[in-house]
Design a protein around this ligand. Structure first.
Ligand code: SAM
Length: 177
C-alpha cells in the first residue's frame, strides 16, 4: 500500500476511505495517519481483526462484501460516500485452478457492483486485479469509469504472483444508482 500511495498520492488528509478486504489490517495502518483525525476509514472483511486496531479514525465491519446489505452498512459506517475505495480482497485459494478463478471472478464482480454505490463522483480507486477469465473485461470497464487510470505491479508484490493493481482517479458515476 505504501508504494501504491507513493506513486498515486490518492490518500489525503480528511478523506472518507473504505478498505474492502482489510484483514489483517496492513493497509488500514498505512491509510490511518494519512487521512488523520479529520478523516474516517471503514475496513471490511469476513474475518475480525484480532486484536482490534487501536486507531481512532478506523472502524471495522465483519461483513461479506457480497451480501445484499453490504453497501448500505458501509455507507452508514462511513457517514457518506467514499472519497477513496481501497480493495485488496482475495478469496481463500483451494489449489484447484478452475474453482479459484471462479472465486476471484466473483470478487471482482462484487467490487464492480459496489463501486458506484460506495464511491463519490470524482473519487479514486486502488484495487487488486485478480487473474481470472473476466479480469480483462472488468479492467476495461473500470478504465472507462475513471478520468486517469493505470495498472501497476508494485515491487513489494509477492514474487511469482500475477498480482496487479488498478489505480483510477476521477470516478464518473454516470451509472450510479
Ligand atoms: C490479501 S487479504 C487483505 C490484506 C490487507 N489489505 C492488509 O493489508 O492487511 C484479502 C482479504 O480479503 C477478504 N475477503 C475475501 N472475500 C471477501 C468477501 N466476500 N467479503 C469480505 N472480505 C473478503 C479475505 O477474508 C482476506 O482477509
Amino acid at each position: 500500500m505504501q508504494e501504491l500511495q507513493q506513486s498515486s498520492k490518492v490518500l489525503c488528509s480528511g478523506q472518507r476511505v473504505v478498505d474492502l478486504g482489510c484483514w489483517p489490517g496492513g493497509w488500514l495502518q498505512v491509510a490511518s495517519p494519512i487521512v488523520g483525525a479529520q478523516g474516517r476509514i471503514v475496513g471490511v472483511d469476513l474475518a475480525a481483526l484480532e486484536p482490534p486496531l487501536d486507531l481512532g479514525n478506523v472502524l471495522t465491519l465483519v461483513l461479506d462484501l457480497a451480501s445484499a446489505d453490504a453497501a448500505e452498512k458501509i455507507l452508514q459506517a462511513l457517514g457518506g460516500p467514499a472519497d477513496v475505495v481501497l480493495c485488496d480482497a482475495a478469496p481463500k485459494l483451494t489449489g484447484v485452478r478452475a474453482v479459484d478463478r471462479a472465486k476471484e471472478e466473483a470478487i471482482l464482480e462484487t467490487i464492480s457492483n459496489l463501486l458506484p454505490k460506495l464511491l463519490r463522483p470524482g473519487g479514486s480507486l486502488i484495487a487488486k486485479l485478480l487473474e481470472c477469465p473476466e479480469a480483462q473485461a472488468i479492467e476495461r470497464a473500470w478504465r472507462q469509469r475513471f478520468r486517469t487510470r493505470k495498472v501497476t505491479k508494485p515491487d513489494a508484490s509477492r514474487k511469482g504472483t500475477t498480482e496487479r493493481y488498478f489505480i483510477g482517479i476521477g470516478f464518473d458515476s454516470v451509472d450510479a444508482e
